[in-house]
Design a protein. Structure first.
Length: 121
């Protein structure tokens, strides 16, 4: 058998309609529901973070007097608190996503994966 001959004695298993199991899974109602669930969680959090980050950047650029305002009699400024808030919000969003994914998204994705892989064997 040469390297160009792949034993093409017919279409691969499961390709009777020309679609792969992966393509069938993409069109399935379960996958579409999974995508909607993912987007309903991720897009609002992403939008919130982008607005929060843009606010920080814009205030730093256009309101330096406000951002350099000291808190009490300390050397801590509002800008420093906003900057630290960026780190805190990043970790909070990551934690929220991981908990949500572990509880809601991953089990449904795993079930769909097993169904797709089980159907293709």
């Amino acid at each position: 058998m040469s390297t160009t001959d792949h034993g093409s004695s017919g279409p691969p298993a499961g390709a009777g309609d020309g679609r792969t199991p992966y393509e069938e899974a993409l069109d399935s109602p379960e996958f579409q529901a999974l995508r909607r669930r993912f987007r309903r969680f991720v897009l609002p959090l992403s939008a919130f973070f982008l607005v929060w980050y843009a606010t920080y950047v814009l205030l730093a650029g256009y309101a330096p007097g406000f951002m350099s305002t000291r808190v009490g009699d300390s050397n801590i400024t509002i800008g420093l608190l906003f900057g630290l808030g960026q780190f805190v919000s990043t970790f909070a969003i990551t934690t929220a996503y991981v908990r949500w994914a572990n509880k809601h998204f991953d089990p449904a994705a795993e079930e769909l994966r097993h169904r797709v892989e089980g159907g293709s064997r």
